[in-house]
Unconditional design. Structure first.
Length: 294
């Protein structure tokens, strides 16, 4: 056992070091990571690969992916994601990794421009996960149909036309069964959410629904003036998912919408917000003055 390992095995020294310097479960061993993203050991190039002067360790590798993502705008972000997504063999695992990684990073203090790019990436992940779920339904259906066909193949006396008619009916029934199964699963998850304490806020005018979402977005983005606290944000953690959950649980107008749908609406309203529009600008200034004014 080396000196470093002996030191790490001493609980007193280990706890003292953790209190003083913090502690990480991740090593700095080069190459000790799952290669979700395509990379090269080479000089930097203006393409979709990640570039490193030498084999990176875990944190540096994953951080570089997001640093590279922040270089892109709009639809180019999607091209960048598709480049890496298409090359990784287990695409479901790729999406699950990004889902949780994004959720973690969206809960940190980052610039608003970067937060919007992470939210766009999160929406892309949700779209891909929905497409993956649909493809899984199709695969299950095809496999079950094939097994039934193989059973009929051993019965030569049966009329082929009758077999085909039976298969068409079975296909419809299988589709209904799979849809019902997945719907029931989603309903179970929704029933768990519905047991949480919830409000019954009702709007007098449904035309104000979009304004309510925009108001929550502006509240989410309140930050101190630079001269007071270096543009420190009011909320340490407040994401689009949080806004969607508030809408779903506490506003009657949004109760029938699923949280992923509401999260997408939050993203759409964030894009529509014109910060230079006089009423919006005044509201931003008023919120900043309310929380940070003398």
């Amino acid at each position: 056992m080396g000196k470093f390992s002996k030191w790490r095995s001493n609980m007193v020294l280990r706890n003292m070091a953790a209190d003083l310097f913090g502690r990480s479960a991740y090593s700095r061993t080069p190459g000790n990571f799952v290669p979700y993203f395509r990379y090269k050991i080479s000089d930097y190039q203006p393409d979709h690969y990640l570039y490193f002067p030498k084999e990176p360790y875990r944190a540096r590798y994953y951080n570089e992916f997001f640093n590279k993502l922040f270089e892109y705008q709009g639809y180019d972000i999607i091209h960048f994601l598709e480049f890496h997504f298409s090359a990784y063999p287990d695409q479901h695992d790729f999406l699950r990794f990004l889902h949780y990684e994004l959720n973690d990073r969206l809960h940190t203090k980052i610039a608003d421009s970067r937060r919007k790019k992470l939210q766009s990436t999160f929406e892309w992940v949700q779209e891909k996960q929905q497409a993956w779920k649909e493809s899984q339904k199709g695969m299950i259906k095809q496999e079950m149909e094939q097994e039934v066909r193989e059973i009929f193949a051993g019965q030569p006396a049966l009329n082929p036309a009758e077999v085909e008619q039976f298969m068409q009916k079975l296909s419809v029934q299988l589709g209904d069964y799979i849809d019902r199964f997945m719907t029931e699963t989603e309903e179970r998850l929704s029933s768990i959410t519905e047991r949480l304490p919830a409000g019954r806020i009702e709007l007098n005018n449904r035309n104000h629904e979009e304004k309510i979402i925009q108001l929550l977005i502006l509240w989410q983005q309140v930050q101190a003036p630079p001269e007071l606290a270096r543009a420190e944000q009011l909320f340490k953690k407040f994401t689009a998912m949080d806004i969607a959950t508030i809408l779903h649980l506490h506003f009657d107008a949004f109760r029938d919408n699923k949280i992923p749908t509401l999260q997408k609406k939050v993203g759409e309203q964030n894009e529509r917000l014109r910060m230079s529009h006089p009423p919006v600008k005044k509201l931003v200034e008023a919120l900043q003055s309310f929380f940070y004014g003398k």
